[in-house]
Design a protein around this ligand. Structure first.
Ligand code: UDP
Length: 330
């Protein structure tokens, strides 16, 4: 199949490109390289472009004629979204509108959207399933909900099928150490913890110890990026076999607190790095755990790496590789 992947040079997109490439698909990555890297694209062709440039994107679609499009290109930092909401509505919502308009104009009607657990806000029921109400509590989540609603409305009237994959906390790296998270300033817990272990930061801040959870810190459902990548392959096959539009939670169905993640990171690295308890980070829900039975039952998703230690180990090997400078900075 011919698959166009926006944001395919980024962290999650590049792991999905790897999985697509291993299955022999023809891939075109469309990425503005604002946070992604040329070296991260292990398969297919990379075209540098921005989704705000509809004319150029239209040209790329006309030339490549994809069977399906996977859309990863987005801004993803909750705290930044609170400070700069318009950046999120511009990059995540308005640019997706541009993209979808071009797809419709060119008759491309199979679309996989990178959504997020942040669409649920603070769920009433844990684990949260796909039918839970969408009540985002930060602009990042709102910018994704706006797209989900747009896609739903569109699929009612147009010949257009989409699947929204709602990611919980994606972590880990390629077990062969070729790709991994390489943002300039990652704010994610596991990456921060490992960078602290490496000595890049003097201490790891623990944001909030007064949540109504057993140890007072937030609980998240951490999923290995390669298990998430496989979910995309299954989703694409499902769409191409004529499925209806749908949405799936992507997580393992159980969670770990910030303190448990820190303990595991200390164990994996063998480094007793310093932590400091501090206030809550704006926009953080206390507990997010996926009910992913729909993904398991309908798509036969069988996760391989449901093991926090393994997730952190692959991330740690990647971090150390970055440290040794053996990754080209593209
Ligand atoms: N967190 C933390 N210290 C950090 C980074 C994150 O205590 O340096 C906490 C954060 O407040 C949240 C959890 O770790 O409760 C997961 O945050 P992350 O940014 O990794 O993912 P999110 O759930 O926001 O998508």
């Amino acid at each position: 199949m011919k698959v166009l992947v926006t944001g395919g040079a980024g962290y999650i997109g590049s792991h999905v490109v790897k999985a697509l490439g291993e299955k022999g698909h023809e891939i075109l990555v469309y990425d503005n390289l604002s946070t992604g890297h040329e070296w991260a694209v292990l398969y297919g062709r990379l075209v540098k472009g921005d989704l705000s440039d509809k004319v150029f994107f239209d040209k790329v679609i006309k030339e490549f004629k994809p069977d399906a499009v996977m859309h990863f290109a987005a801004c993803i930092q909750v705290e930044e979204s609170v400070k700069e909401p318009l950046k999120y509505y511009r990059n995540n919502t308005a640019n997706t509108l541009n993209l979808v308009e071009v797809l419709i104009e060119n008759g491309v009607n199979k679309f996989i959207f990178s959504s997020t657990a942040a669409v649920y806000g603070i769920p009433d029921t844990i684990p949260v399933d796909e039918d839970a109400p969408l009540n985002p509590i930060n602009p990042y989540g709102s910018s994704k909900v706006a797209v989900e609603r747009m896609l739903q409305d569109l699929s009612q009237t147009a010949d257009f099928n989409y699947i929204s994959l709602r990611y919980f906390n994606v972590a880990g790296a390629d077990p062969e150490g070729r790709i991994g998270q390489a943002y300039e300033d990652s704010t994610h817990l596991i990456t921060r913890a490992l960078k602290t272990a490496k000595g890049e930061f003097g201490k790891l801040l623990i944001f909030g110890t007064d949540y109504s959870t057993p140890d007072g810190t937030c609980i998240r459902d951490y999923i290995h990026v390669d298990d998430l990548a496989i979910a995309h392959i299954l989703t694409m096959d499902y769409l191409l076999h004529g499925s209806e539009s749908s949405r799936f939670n992507c997580g393992y169905g159980h969670g770990y607190s910030v303190k448990e993640v820190v303990q595991t990171a200390k164990k994996v690295t063998g480094i007793n790095f310093t932590t400091e308890n501090t206030g809550r980070r704006p926009g953080d829900p206390p507990v997010l755990i996926a009910d992913s039975s729909r993904l398991k039952n309908e798509l036969n998703w069988k996760p391989q790496y449901d093991d926090l230690e393994y997730i952190i180990k692959t991330a740690w090997e990647w971090e150390r590789k970055l440290d040794h400078g053996s990754i080209r900075q593209g």
